[in-house]
Design a protein around this ligand. Structure first.
Ligand code: FAD
Length: 620
């Protein structure tokens, strides 16, 4: 059947990338179809029930600043919130929410079902309709053909998915879900550069069989943080503790005894796993000098006894999983609800993508999420939003948009992927961003909400909320600038009394805040401020970091020139005299969009960038 409605955008896959992609396109007013295997698994967390964390919460806040769903769903589903790196600088501070996976999924589904311009259809996509070098639509498992101007593929770990538990294998997209075989075969036929990666998950434990009394409770932070700029603690459900325990030497011996039946160590799994989220067998092998590893027991929700033991992801055979779990303090009688497993799947080399996440070889076809070699819900959601908005723009013949590296972690993510490619699952860290002082989680709205508003991604309520906050920051800053403290006036004397600081000459309250040991809360108390915590935090950070931020902005201004020198996709690198054969090949493999991106390709020297610049100038 040829479906009668033609869409602007079709999104395949209802995971974290797919839901943000579909929502973004629909918010922008495009007729959008979300085609997914199973409506019940929309927004499903395949692994750890948590959103955010270092580097990741920055992405979540950016998704949120552009009107996306992830942060608000985390606020509605979050059962434990913490700020990581709380004592360190604002740039690396990160919010993490442990989520009730049922509540999280329900929040995502609720947004999807109530989004105007969005249709949802439950069915596997088996084929892409490609005419010439352009994608025109999708054909489902039942043979239904849907037409669209752009298509976004977000199939996660499902393409050619193989599940491993010990030496046993089965085909699956994740436990309990079918793999995508027909679509994987079709993509291989289209000659897109494909590879294999793997990831894994721990066995889940029944909380009723665990002795928490011998573990260390880990409560959430007080006051409870929120994830979304539109969030509020009143949205949070009941808050509960996680618990900490450890592996021991006996656990490690048990693991070693099973390595001869490990799919990883017997060479059965060929795909490379996530370096930063290794399996327990990998940890024992790589850090053989350590006789203990920390395990966080994280509740999967308020209405289930299921626990996620963070730190013991494994694909060892079940008998070994059983013994290793029971060797851990407090888990001597633990009952495993679901075995741990590893999954191997197809991913596509992201160097074959443009900065908009459109494939270079097939027009109007966009890829986002785990399919691009990343790992994590946040990385997937961020790419989904970008691919969705660019697919939407393409559908109406508008130019693409990608944030730059100094504008957003999303920009860092996409630029790293398309420039460097990835041979192992890529996850975000604050250390990947060279301008991290400017890319804080607290200012994602200031960096992106106005742009999102312009593109049609940000609704009236969010826009009004943002404008109100910025107005309040401005007014309060002006008020503090106009308040003078002097050694002989009341404000000055109270300041000295309460802070123990020395005041030798007159200055305004913003100058007082510049001092390293003075906090906004102290200034607020002294001056009778009534602004919210969020507004105060913004003022404090911008005052304290002003010098560093100015310096980063100078660097950015210099880089902008290179960023704006665009290299055409068909640029003839062979014609650039003086380039070594090796560098020419690297440039031809990546086909960078700008001189700046060319300079970020490993092995491309500043001299080579200079030669490119000269050639570009000559070409006019
Ligand atoms: P997914 O969330 O996988 O969503 C893909 C969606 O596409 C699904 O809804 C699926 O039904 C649908 N779909 C697939 N094929 C088709 C088709 N042909 N037609 C229609 N619909 C289709 N991340 C971490 O950060 N740390 C970890 O330790 C970690 N461990 C993991 C362990 C396992 C076993 C798995 C499965 C995942 C793990 N992840 C981990 C990854 C995390 O789950 C993903 O990064 C994230 O879910 C990716 O989002 P996505 O939207 O790209 O794909």
């Amino acid at each position: 059947m040829h479906y009668p409605k033609a869409y602007d955008v079709i999104v395949i896959g209802g995971g974290h990338a797919g839901t943000e992609a579909a929502l973004a396109a629909a918010r922008m007013g495009r007729q959008t179809l979300l085609l997914t295997h199973n409506i019940e698994t929309l927004g499903q967390m395949s692994c750890n029930p948590a959103i955010g964390g270092i580097g990741k919460s920055h992405l979540v806040r950016e998704i949120d600043a552009l009107g996306g769903a992830m942060a608000l769903a985390a606020d509605k589903g979050g059962i434990q919130f913490r700020v990581l790196n709380g004592r360190k600088g604002a740039a690396v501070r990160a919010t993490r929410a442990q989520a009730d996976r049922i509540l999280y999924k329900a929040a995502i589904r609720d947004v999807l079902e109530n989004q105007p311009n969005l249709d949802i259809f439950q069915q596997a996509a088996d084929d892409l309709v490609v005419e010439g070098d352009t994608v025109k639509g999708v054909i489902t498992q039942m043979g239904i053909r849907f037409d669209a101007k752009s298509v976004v593929l977000t199939t996660g770990t499902f393409l050619g998915g193989v599940i491993h538990v010990g030496l046993q294998q089965s085909r699956g997209g994740r436990a309990g879900d079918p793999p995508s075989i027909a679509l994987a075969d079709r993509l291989r036929e289209l000659n897109l550069p494909v590879g294999r990666l793997k990831t894994g998950t721990p066995p889940r434990i029944d909380a009723r069989s665990v002795d928490f009394s011998v573990m260390t409770p880990q409560p959430g932070d007080t006051p409870t943080p929120v994830m979304s700029f539109m969030g509020d603690v009143s949205m949070h459900p009941q808050q509960i503790n996680c618990y900490i325990t450890h592996t021991n030497e006996q656990t490690h011996d048990i693991i070693r005894s099973g390595l001869d039946r490990s799919p990883m160590y017997t060479g059965v799994i060929e795909g490379v796993g996530p370096r930063y989220c290794p399996s327990i067998e990998d940890k024992i092998h790589r850090f053989s000098d350590k006789d203990s590893h920390q395990i966080f027991l994280e509740p999967e929700g308020l209405t289930t006894h299921e626990l996620y033991p963070n730190g013991i992801s494994t694909s060892l055979p079940f008998d070994i999983q059983f013994k290793l779990v029971r060797s851990i303090k407090g888990m001597e009688n633990a009952h495993i609800l679901r075995p741990g497993y590893a999954i191997e799947y197809d991913y596509f080399n992201p160097q074959a993508l443009k900065p908009t996440l459109e494939t270079k070889s097939i027009k109007n076809l966009f890829f986002a999420g785990q399919i691009n070699g990343t790992t994590g819900y946040e990385e997937a959601g961020a790419q989904g939003l970008l691919a969705g908005l660019n697919a939407a723009r393409r559908a109406w013949d508008q130019d693409g948009w990608t944030p730059s590296r100094d504008q957003a972690y999303m920009g860092v993510l996409v630029d790293d992927l398309i420039t460097l490619g990835t041979k192992e699952p890529y996850r975000m860290f604050t250390s990947r961003a060279e301008y991290r002082l400017m890319l804080r989680e607290d200012n994602a709205d200031q960096r992106l909400t106005a742009i999102g508003r312009e593109m049609g991604l940000v609704d009236d309520a969010r826009w009004a909320h943002f404008c109100e906050k910025m107005e309040s920051v401005e007014q309060e800053t002006a008020r503090l600038r106009a308040l003078w403290a002097a050694p002989n006036n009341k404000l000055g004397q109270r300041f000295v009394e309460q802070t123990g600081e020395v005041l030798s000459k007159e200055c305004n309250a913003i100058d007082l805040l510049k001092r390293p040991n003075v906090t906004f809360n102290q200034i607020a108390e002294l001056t009778g401020s009534d602004v919210s915590q969020l507004v105060g935090e913004q003022i404090e950070i911008s005052v304290k970091y002003a010098g560093y931020i100015d310096r980063q902005q100078d660097d950015v201004a210099q880089l902008k020139k290179l960023e704006e020198s665009l290299l055409p996709i068909d640029f003839d690198y062979d014609a650039v005299s003086g380039l070594s054969r090796e560098i020419t090949q690297k440039l031809k493999d990546v086909r960078p969009a700008s001189l700046a991106q060319a300079g970020r390709i490993p092995g491309v020297t500043p001299a080579a960038v200079h030669l490119l610049m000269v050639t570009l100038k000559k070409q006019g």
